[in-house]
Design a protein around this ligand. Structure first.
Ligand code: C5P
Length: 232
């Protein structure tokens, strides 16, 4: 599995997003489109970024009853993105239904990965807010195994959990890891974080980096630093 850096384009408008991507002349970073941009601009922004030649991770984190998720995925499959996702907390039947909805008549489909636990959730929130008593590592591993049983391609997790997920689910099971910060950087609302270099050591397949790149004084330099630390 080729390692790559995915930039989280958490912008509010098409104009801001395209202006940001225009700063990367001659390269086409792998981009993540999340809820903010998708809800603001709709499917057209996905098609437009795709037409510009970027690979896309459409991060909408679906979580609903199986039939609703299946139907939503059958709409998303026509956007021709590379990766999309849902919450593993939706249970195995929901994940199976999602996979069915995402599969095109010719059998092809985008990769489908499951969010295990958000990287903004820590052990205290897991116990107090969600009433889940098991250690975070064990919860993430269990959700990853559920995703694999449902036939998914991988999970979103913290780089701290990537090695445990690979040990439980196999080296080919993708770990896509947000919660990445430079050694000297601000954590913001993220709790379970690692540097790009440490994420590489931990075995992450893709790192998802938002604010450390998008809010950097020089986003291109910050992106190149991620590539140097994580890919080279
Ligand atoms: O700005 P920052 O690097 O924290 O951005 C991380 C991105 O990854 C955000 O778009 C966030 O929605 C997403 N994400 C996450 N934790 C997850 C799943 C997705 O931070 N478990």
């Amino acid at each position: 599995m080729g390692k790559d850096v995915i930039i989280a384009c958490d912008f509010a408008t098409r104009a801001q997003t395209l202006a940001f991507l225009d700063r990367f002349p001659g390269r086409k970073p792998f981009v993540k489109i999340g809820m903010e941009l998708f809800y603001a601009e709709g499917p057209a922004i996905v098609r437009e970024i795709r037409e510009r030649g970027h690979r896309i991770f459409l991060d909408l984190k679906l979580h609903d009853i199986p039939n609703t998720v299946k139907k939503a995925m059958s709409v998303l499959r026509d956007l021709d993105v590379d990766i999309t996702n849902l919450h593993a907390a939706g249970t195995i039947p929901m994940m199976e239904a999602a996979l069915e909805g995402l599969t095109r008549p010719d059998g092809t489909r985008p990769l489908l990965i499951a969010v295990t636990q958000l990287t903004s959730t820590d052990q205290t929130a897991l116990e107090n807010d969600l009433l889940i008593r098991a250690p975070m590592e064990e919860v993430v591993r269990h959700y990853a195994l559920n995703a694999r049983r449902a036939g998914l391609d991988g999970v979103v997790c913290s780089p701290l959990e990537a090695a445990g997920v690979h040990a439980a689910c196999g080296a080919d099971f993708l770990t896509v890891t947000p919660g990445v910060r430079f050694a000297e950087g601000e954590k913001g609302d993220q709790k379970r974080v690692m540097t790009p270099a440490a994420a590489k050591q931990a075995g992450s397949d893709y790192i998802v980096v938002g604010r450390p790149v998008t809010a950097a004084p020089d986003p291109v330099a910050a992106y190149e630093r991620c590539l140097r630390e994580f890919v080279d």
